[in-house]
Design a protein around this ligand. Sequence first.
Ligand code: ZN
Length: 203
Amino acid sequence: MKHEELIDFIKDKMSMAHIYQPLLIKELVKCDGAATVRQLAISMLVMDESRIQEYKKIFKRWPEQTLKKHGVLERNKELVSLTTEPMTLEQKSEILQVCEQKIHEYVRKRGEGIWDPFESSPLTKNQRYEVLKRANKRCELCGVKEGDKAYEERLPLHVDHIIPYSKGGATDLANLQALCRKCNQGKGNRDDTDFRIVDTSPE
Ligand SMILES: [Zn+2]
């Protein structure tokens, strides 16, 4: 295709169902005309506002809280900062290197299954007990109570990761909720809806 034809296509002939076509052409141009499918997929991901919102939630719920607790970072509205002094090039390189090392060790230990959406995390009996106790043995979405004969098909209650384990959601009480079978199926693994809106104070 000639340059003029491409311009003509973009301006007049391209019918768009989403932003992907111009996005991909832009990315290809930035890469001097050729890119791998992986590079293109990454460029689409970066523009995918729904995924970005999802990762913002993951950030705020999990790594941010842990790193704040240890005094590593602080957040002022949307700006996140390390609490360290300004870094020299050598210090930056050292931090990058030790982080890379930790990622490498973790992936080696857990395997590539950390990205598997169906992998689930082991939950201790005590965590299960604590979550159900906190929820008064009720589904935290629809309120169905454990042992309720009328809703037997929705029971027993399932302890659910609000942010899926596969997306980095921790197996700790802050990220767990009690859901009945129906609500849990309705939620699906890709979602990270926090359903804890029902009153869970003791009766
Ligand atoms: Zn329910």
